[in-house]
Design a protein around this ligand. Structure first.
Ligand code: C2E
Ligand code: MG
Ligand code: MG
Length: 704
């Protein structure tokens, strides 16, 4: 018996004679109990307390016996405790839960079973159970239940794989309610997509390592098959025996769809769904690798729609997009399934195909057949907004064996060949050949040199005299020459078209105009030359530039040249577009006195209507008609017609390329009054032309 056992009645020790044997036994039982125990009087003061309560509360027993129940109870509402005690006194017993405070200030939940002490008036004795552990377990279970239902789909089976429990997410994903699956095995979820060896490997891992993770295709209750990411874990008891299996999974069909979409975006052209550049390069590289082994030729076919920009600009991007989609379908229909069809952007498509030949000629025939199929498919009209639309494509092909070229090079070669097809008039197929490359290299060099030539002003203007029927000079045409540091004088035909194409023509044109106007100003001060005109050739591109007119006027002003002595030669090409602006520009300059001449007349598509509308002063019969004027009756007839037409419209008619006396005489008889050609003078440097214009040489010209 503990030394500190104190009699509740006399406050003496346990040897007090008042403590009966029964009471003593009760004390022994109370003290040995793992329940806490105390007795309180009607004031709530503790009269007795056992070791267990002292231990649980952390207060020494002596201290407790000086305390009242209100010092220990820590429930939120002190009145509640009193209420419980009153009830016990009223009906003799009562159970309730409350919270007690430990000596260290912490709280512990307590279950109280209290009884009114029959032998001691208003005393109450109570057995107290510490609920800390139970509460903790309850919390844990509540949390587990929430976790079980809030996370991934979960299925718990026993060791025989019989389903014991599933959560809400399981039902949501599989479509099965808990009652429909409990007692069955997860096999009911199988889709049939995996064979036995798949499940054998899964169970091998679960049994061997306690876990398996991976993607499984299962079937929902409604029959849909879907992918899920599954983790199967084992639960073992203390002896290491498996008691349960837990399967947790997520439905990954959305994720897989997104992944597929991302792949689609990364490797496919969004508009047409064809391969994009990345996928094309990848596929071509693989094809090259395979064909290297087999030795078969490969063809990279580049298809560029003709005039696509025009369609886009005139009918809008929607219509353009519809055409591109239609072309994509046509291309797919023209090739075999293992060939690759890609869109590189804009209106540029590429087909990569393997031929089944190790021999170049055969391979070329095969590729040419595919190209022809593509070309004709593209020319078939496409319905665009209810209207049939016809288009064509220029096609370039690079044919090569295995990996002898890189994908990049193959595409460059096909591109080069495609440009050949374009310059051959479009709607054509061209195969790459090494000489194309040589020409390209040459062109690239020429371009660089031309840029440098402009910077260093390596140009001179030569002049060719124009004379009247009496051999009197009326003016001169300025003809440009490039003084190339290595190649000497380069004729305009070799650089003007390139300069036009790469946007350098206006720089060159400005130089020509400045030289011509300066020359006019010089001639104006000499009576022998003051009446002469100088004509300059202006290309269509240059003329249509916004600042052309203001630039001409500024140059005339700067050089103080007489505008009436300046003649601008335009070809019929300049009249091909934007007639309104053409008329306007010509009129502005014409009002200032500048004359206009229609060069190479008869080689383009002049409309008589335009001839009437435009402020043209002169037409120049192209030298190609003059050349055979004496041999070909049709040329002769043509020249006569042009002369009459010119006269009828009040225009001066100049014959170009006059090389012989006979030609000059025939032209004169036909009514032509001005001549230009080698017969009178070649295009020469200014010094040479001026020598001709001095009194003696002039006479010499007249005398011819
Ligand atoms: P074009 O304006 O029709 O010039 C006449 C061309 O015929 C000149 O060639 C001239 O040398 C040549 N020619 C003159 N008489 C005869 C002849 O009796 N027989 C033969 N066979 N040919 C004759 P060129 O100088 O080579 O110029 C060629 C073309 O280059 C010019 O044709 C013109 O369209 C263009 N061009 C020349 N200079 C310029 C320029 O400064 N700017 C622009 N944009 N084009 C120019
Ligand atoms: Mg000319
Ligand atoms: Mg001409």
């Amino acid at each position: 018996m503990p030394d500190d056992l104190i009699c509740a009645k006399c406050d003496s020790n346990a040897d007090c004679s008042d403590i009966s044997k029964t009471a003593r036994r009760r004390r022994e039982a109370v003290d040995g109990s793992h329940y806490g125990y105390w007795t309180i009087d009607c004031q709530g003061r503790l009269l007795d307390v056992n070791d267990t309560y002292a231990r649980q509360s952390g207060f020494p027993r002596r201290e407790l016996l000086r305390m009242a129940i209100r010092d220990l109870d820590a429930c939120d509402d002190p009145a509640e405790m009193q209420c419980h005690l009153d009830r016990v006194l009223r009906i003799g017993h009562g159970v309730f839960e409350t919270v007690h405070r430990r000596k260290d200030g912490t709280f512990w939940p307590v279950h109280v079973a209290a009884f009114a002490d029959p032998g001691h008036g208003a005393n109450i004795f109570a057995f107290l159970t510490d609920l800390t552990e139970r509460k903790r377990e309850e919390d844990a279970q509540r949390i587990a239940a929430v976790v079980f239902d809030s996370g991934e789909a979960t299925v718990v089976t026993d060791a025989d794989q019989k389903i014991l429990k599933v959560n809400r997410a399981f039902t949501q994903i599989t479509g099965y309610a808990a009652a429909e699956v409990i007692g069955k095995t997860p096999k009911i979820l199988q889709s049939g997509r995996h064979d036995d060896s798949f499940y054998a490997a899964m169970w091998h891992s679960v049994l061997g390592m306690g876990q398996w993770r991976g993607e499984v295709w299962d079937r929902r209750k409604n029959g849909d098959i879907y992918p899920k990411w599954l983790t199967v874990s084992t639960v073992k008891d203390q002896d290491g025996n498996t008691t349960h299996y837990i399967g947790s999974f997520q439905d990954v069909s959305e994720r897989k769809k997104n992944e597929a979409r991302i792949r689609e975006l990364a490797f496919h052209d969004q508009l047409t769904g064809l391969a994009n550049r990345v996928l094309l390069f990848d596929r071509l590289a693989t094809m090259m690798e395979t064909s290297t082994r087999a030795g078969d030729y490969l063809a990279v076919i580049l298809i560029d729609l003709d005039q696509f920009k025009l369609l886009n600009d005139t009918r809008g991007h929607d219509v353009g997009d519809r055409l591109l989609k239609a072309i994509a379908s046509k291309l797919l229909a023209s090739v075999r399934a293992h060939d690759v069809v890609a869109r590189l952007g804009g209106d540029e498509f590429v087909v990569g195909m393997t031929t089944s030949s190790t021999e170049r000629t055969n391979a070329r025939t095969q590729a040419a057949a595919v190209c022809e199929k593509i070309r004709t498919a593209i020319t078939d009209p496409v319905e665009l907004g209810g209207v049939p639309f016809c288009t064509t494509a220029s096609i370039g092909v690079s044919l090569f064996q295995g990996d002898r070229v890189t994908v990049d090079d193959a595409l460059k070669q096909a591109d080069l060949a495609m440009y050949r097809a374009k310059s051959a008039g479009r709607n054509a197929v061209r195969f790459f050949s090494p000489d194309m490359e040589a020409k390209l290299t040459q062109r690239v060099r020429l371009e660089a040199e031309l840029r440098e030539a402009i910077e260093r002003e390596q140009f001179v203007l030569h002049y060719q005299l124009q004379v009247d029927i009496d051999g009197q000079p009326t003016g001169a045409e300025g003809l440009l020459r490039w003084q190339h540091p290595d190649r000497g004088l380069v004729p305009p035909s070799e650089f003007i078209p390139l300069a036009e194409e790469i946007g350098l023509i206006s720089g060159i044109g400005r130089l020509v105009l400045r030289l011509a106007c300066a020359q006019l100003a010089t001639w104006a001060s000499n009576p022998a030359t003051e009446f002469l005109t100088i004509s300059v050739n202006v290309s269509a591109k240059e003329f249509h530039e916004e600042e052309f007119v203001s630039h001409v006027l500024a140059t005339l002003a700067e050089t103080a040249a007489n505008p009436a002595r300046l003649e601008i030669e335009l070809t019929e090409g300049a009249m091909a577009h934007d007639v309104e602006s053409l008329v306007l520009k010509m009129s502005v300059l014409h009002k200032q006195g500048v004359r206009f001449s229609l060069d190479d007349f008869g080689t383009g598509y002049s409309s008589l209507m335009l001839l009437k509308r435009l402020p043209i002063d002169q037409i120049k019969i192209d030298q190609s008609f003059v050349r055979d004027i004496l041999l070909d009756e049709r040329d002769a007839a043509l020249v006569k017609t042009v002369v009459s037409l010119g006269r009828a419209l009040g225009l001066t008619v100049v014959a170009e390329g006059v090389e012989t006396r006979a030609q000059r005489d025939f032209l004169a008889r036909s009514g032509c009054r001005i001549f230009q050609g080698f017969y009178f003078s070649r295009p020469v440097e200014i010094e040479a032309i001026e020598r001709m214009l001095l009194p003696d040489p002039v006479r010499d010209i007249r005398s011819r």
